[in-house]
Structures are given as C-alpha cells and as structure tokens.
Design a binder for this molecule. Structure first.
Ligand code: PLP
Length: 404
C-alpha cells in the first residue's frame, strides 16, 4: 500500500481563520437581522489600481495576437519586472542587488513554504510568538517542528521568541541557537515595526551564529517611520545571512492576482553551496514561472501613476488602522500598531481570553476580529483588528465597540 506524508496529520485543530469563519457563520444564521462587520481577515478590499488594470488588459491583448503571444515565462521571472523591483524597492535605500538575485513568484506564502525544500530536514527554526502561522505550518510538513504540545500550544522543536508589550513586540535575541530565523516586520499580527538598529542586532547574531534569516517584508509598503528599514539589506552584512520575501498582495492589492518575489543574494552559502543556485535548481524541478499578464500588472505598480494609485490605497487602509487604534485608546483600550502597518493589536479588556473577547465582540457589537492566541501562545490576551475594511464599516465598528 502506498503511504502518505503523515506530517499533515500533526496539525492541531482547525486553521485559525476557519474557526473564526465558523463562529461568524453560526452567529449570522442565528441572528439574520444583524449586520456583521468584519475587521478580522487580512485581505484587501479596494479594487486593483487603474494603471495595473490597463497594463494587464494590454498584456492580455498581446497574448491574443500571434506576433506578441508569449509561451512559458522565464522561470525566475521576466527581466522587465526585476529591473523595476531593483530600481523601486532597493536602490532608493542604497541597496544594490543583481537581477539574478530576484526570483518572481506567485505570492509570498507559497515560497515561504517552498524554501523548506532547499534546507536540511534537521534545521531548527525560530519564530516570533505570536507569528504569521505559515512559517511554522509549512515546516511541519517536512517534519522539522517535532510534536505539537496542545497544553503549551507549541511544537517541541521550534524556538519561540515572545513578542509582548514589555519588549515593544520586538523579540530578544534567541537564547538557544536556531538554524533558520523567521522575522516579519512590519509585523503580522502585532503591527509592530523594527528599527534599523534592532534589525542590525539580529543580522549580527545570524552572522556570528551561522543562522539564515528569512525576512518577510510583505508589509513594507506601509512603512512611514524614518528609522524603520524598508529592506533587511539596509543592515550591514545582511546579504551574507538573509533571504528577503516580498509580496504585491497588501502593497498593491494583488491578493487575488498572486505576485511576489524572493531576494536570494549570491553571498548566501551553506555546505559550500550557494543558496541562489540551489533555489534555481529547485525552480527548474518544480516550477514553470508566473503568468506574463500578472507580471506586466506588477510592473505597472512601479510606474508613476501606479505608484500614486497604490500609495493612495495604502493611505486609505492606514487611515482606517490609525482611526481604530486612536478610537480604541480614547475608549480606554491599550492599542498598538497601526502606524507602519495595517494591523492594530489590542489588549483584551478585563483579563478576558482572546476567544472570550472574540465572542463578546461578535455577540454585543457584531464585529469580527481575530483572537491573538490563534497566532501563538504569547498572543493570548491580545486581539487583532485590521484597516482593510471600508472607511464606513471601520467607523461604524468603532462606534459599536466604544458603546460596549
Ligand atoms: N507574509 C505575511 C506576514 C502575511 O501576512 C501574508 C498574508 O497575509 C503573506 C506573507 C502572504 O502573502 P501572499 O498573498 O503574497 O501569499
């Protein structure tokens, strides 16, 4: 009899957002007269920018003519998009990367998980706690995380770095040495940003200890504070220890289009092998690239109009997030984030657990958020709201929360 990858059976319970959706659906079925507002899920709501739409339309027409039709794309991505990325996302911060160091993909989540293909099954990972769940979940599949302890809400082989109010939601350096260190800033779920000096400490630690940093900058577009780095490569030595992961999802509304990229500098080497070459090999084995039309849409994000239009979208979400944070503070809540991020992280009032507060908010204010404990045990006692709703819904949800 053939066998399955039994690591898939190790996952505890339902995925966080499925649990949230189930509770919401049950409440809606029981109270059809109530209008539920969701400030829970991290998906965007504004339509694609007009410059992106025009570029994709033009690309579709090219695909429909014999003279301009294109077949398989270059697996690591089209040079026209890579050039824009290098000039738009790195050069302004004094960072020089080569086109061969950029790998276009169909969004950050897939390749965050796929990276596990080129790492040893014995590598020990470290993550922030709370964390975006994909870092741990994707490593479970490879058997890298050990066993799940339901009591602790943790995997036995994973190193967890608490991010709580007391450390400003930026972790301390690991007490135990990990092989791979996942860092995400601006952070999902806490909305916290990291300063250049703080990130440099992690880079120095990784260089001294032979660790690989996987730096997830999916929310880079939301950064406004001058001391917050836009890329890990602003830190000295980072090209020797860090892979950077980027996404067009939140910065340009591409959640439904699927586009992102990874930077794998040539300097990164382990066991005498360049990670860049290994990843190229992995791509050759498992991928045929990202659609031409989508890459042309991504290119348009870097045009003057595309920039202005996507910046306006980000400003809209940030206005929502700032209103949530400030409104909550005025109502006596402890609220964090919402400055360099679309996320607001609040302390649940009255010592309630995150799920208790979820139920209270759903039942009494008909507002859906995300319980912090779903992102890891240090998220207990916290709750995530997002600025991705409409301004009208955000304002109404706030009024309802304030009147609780
Ligand atoms: N990284 C972080 C921190 C995220 O919050 C998300 C999505 O919510 C992703 C990556 C996934 O991005 P993508 O849509 O590009 O797969």
């Amino acid at each position: 009899m053939y066998r399955i990858n039994a690591n898939f059976l190790k996952y505890p319970g339902a995925y966080l957002f499925l649990q949230v959706a189930k509770k919401r659906e049950a409440f809606a079925a029981a109270h059809p007269d109530r209008r539920i507002i969701s400030l829970g899920v991290g998906d965007v709501t504004l339509p694609l920018a007009p410059a992106v739409v025009s570029a994709m339309e033009a690309a579709v027409r090219e695909m429909g003519r014999r003279e301009t039709f294109r077949g398989y794309p270059p697996t690591p991505g089209y040079p026209f998009l890579k050039e824009k990325i290098l000039a738009g996302d790195f050069a302004p911060y004094g960072v020089h990367l080569e086109p061969e160091e950029i790998f276009i993909n169909d969004g950050a989540k897939g390749d965050l998980g796929n990276l596990g293909d080129i790492l040893s099954g014995d590598d020990v990972i470290a993550v922030c706690n709370p964390t975006y769940p994909a870092y741990v979940d994707s490593n479970v599949v490879y058997g890298r995380c050990g066993e799940y302890d339901a009591g602790k809400g943790q995997w036995s082989r994973v190193i967890y770095l608490p991010c709580v109010k007391e450390n400003g939601f930026v972790p301390e350096l690991p007490a135990e040495r990990p092989d791979v260190l996942y860092l995400c800033f601006p952070n999902n779920p806490t909305g916290a940003a990291i300063t250049r000096a703080q990130l440099q400490r992690f880079v120095d630690y990784a260089l001294e200890n032979g660790c690989l940093i996987v730096y997830d900058a999916a929310y880079e577009g939301f950064i406004e504070s001058p001391d917050v780095p836009h890329t890990v490569y602003e830190c000295a030595g980072a090209k020797r220890c860090a892979i950077e992961v980027r996404s067009f999802s939140k910065t340009a509304g591409f959640t439904g289009c699927r586009l992102g990229y990874m930077a794998i500098p040539m300097e990164l080497e382990a066991d005498g092998v360049k990670l860049n070459a290994l990843w190229r090999q992995r791509l050759a084995v498992k991928s045929n690239g990202v659609p031409y039309v989508i890459q042309r849409g991504g290119e348009a994000v870097y045009s003057p109009e595309g920039r202005a239009q996507t910046r306006a979208q980000i400003a809209y979400y940030k206005k929502n997030a700032a209103a949530i944070r400030d409104g909550l503070r005025q109502a006596g809540y402890e609220a964090f984030g919402g400055t360099d991020s679309p996320y607001v992280w609040l302390r649940t009032p009255g010592g309630r657990s995150a799920w208790e507060f979820f139920d209270l908010l759903l039942e009494r204010a008909n507002v859906v958020g995300t319980p912090g404990s779903g992102f890891g045990p240090s998220g207990e006692g916290y709750f995530r709201l997002t600025g991705f709703g409409t301004w009208e819904d955000t304002a109404e949800a706030l009024d309802r929360i304030r009147s609780l």
